[in-house]
Design a protein around this ligand. Structure first.
Ligand SMILES: Cc1cc2nc3c(=O)[nH]c(=O)nc-3n(C[C@H](O)[C@H](O)[C@H](O)COP(=O)(O)OP(=O)(O)OC[C@H]3O[C@@H](n4cnc5c(N)ncnc54)[C@H](O)[C@@H]3O)c2cc1C
Length: 215
C-alpha cells in the first residue's frame, strides 16, 4: 500500500470552520489546535472534509471486500474481466495462522501450534495452485476471463485506488484499526493511519484523544 497523492493539512480544517466568521489563518497557532480538538470532541465533522488522500492498495480480495463497504470515498479496481488475473495469493505468515474461540462479537483469536500453522499454509498454497492452473486452462481454451475468474479464491490479490477525505478516513481507521477488526485489514488500517498522522498531526492527535471516535 502506498500514498499516491495527498492534499491535506490541519489548516484546511481550521479555515473551513472559521469561514463561519469570515476569518482565515495562514499559520496554525495553539487556539487553532484547540478549535480542532473542540470540533472532534463535539463531532462537528464537515470541516474535516476539505482535503483528500489517494491511496494505491494491493490486498487480498477478502480484505478489499471489507474495504469497499466504506461508501464515503471513491474506488477504482483492477478488472479481472479485462485483464488476466495474476497468480498472486495470500498465504499468512505462520504466526498469523490462528484459531477462533468464543461467540460472535466476542471472539478471541489464539495462535495455533507450528504443525497446524504449516499445514494451513501448505493447504492454502495447494488450493491456490490448483485454482490458478484451472483458471489458466480455461482461459487458454477460450473461456472468457470474466467467467474463468469464478474459480479464483478470495485469497487472490487485487489492487485499487481509494480516494477519501479525513473525516471518512477517521471513520475507517476507527472501525478497521480496532481490535475487533480482522487482523489483515487492521494492518492496512494502521498503515493508512500513519499517513493521517503525518499530514494532519493535530487532527490525528484529537481523534486519538477522543477515544478514536471519528467526528
Ligand atoms: C468489526 C466489523 C464487523 C463487521 N461485520 C459485518 C457483517 O457481519 N456484515 C455486514 O454486512 N457488514 C459488516 N461490517 C461492515 C459495517 O457494517 C459497515 O458497512 C462498514 O464498517 C462501513 O462503515 P460505515 O457505514 O460507517 O462507512 P461508510 O460507508 O464510509 O459511511 C461513513 C458514514 O456515513 C454515513 N452513511 C453512509 N451511508 C449512509 C446511509 N446509507 N445512511 C445513513 N448514513 C450513512 C454513516 O454515518 C457512516 O458511518 C463490519 C464492520 C466491522 C468494522
Amino acid at each position: 500500500m502506498r500514498l499516491d497523492g495527498v492534499l491535506a493539512d490541519d489548516l484546511s480544517v481550521v479555515n473551513a470552520a472559521r469561514v463561519s466568521f469570515a476569518r482565515r489563518r495562514d499559520v496554525m497557532d495553539e487556539s487553532d489546535a484547540g478549535l480542532i480538538r473542540f470540533l472532534v470532541r463535539e463531532r462537528h465533522g464537515t470541516p474535516f472534509e476539505h482535503n483528500c488522500f489517494r491511496f494505491h492498495i494491493r490486498c487480498p480480495l477478502f480484505v478489499a471486500r471489507e474495504w469497499f463497504r466504506h461508501r464515503v470515498g471513491s474506488f477504482n479496481e483492477f478488472s479481472m474481466r479485462y485483464a488476466r488475473a495474476t497468480d498472486d495469493f495470500y498465504v499468512p505468515e505462520p504466526e498469523d495462522v490462528r484459531s477462533q474461540v468464543g461467540k460472535p462479537g466476542a471472539y478471541s483469536f489464539e495462535p495455533v501450534d507450528s504443525e497446524l500453522a504449516e499445514r494451513t499454509r501448505a493447504e492454502l498454497q495447494e488450493v491456490y495452485d490448483h485454482a490458478y492452473a484451472t483458471y489458466e486452462r480455461l482461459v487458454e481454451a477460450g473461456v472468457a476471463r470474466e467467467l474463468a475468474r469464478s474459480v479464483l479464491p478470495v485469497g487472490a490479490y487485487t489492487e485499487f485506488y481509494w480516494t477519501v477525505n479525513a473525516r471518512s478516513l477517521m471513520n475507517f481507521v476507527s472501525l478497521r484499526a480496532a481490535e475487533t477488526a480482522q487482523r489483515e485489514i487492521r494492518r492496512y488500517a494502521e498503515a493508512v493511519e500513519q499517513f493521517l498522522a503525518e499530514h494532519m498531526p493535530v487532527t490525528h492527535a484529537a481523534f486519538v484523544a477522543n477515544d478514536r471516535t471519528a467526528p
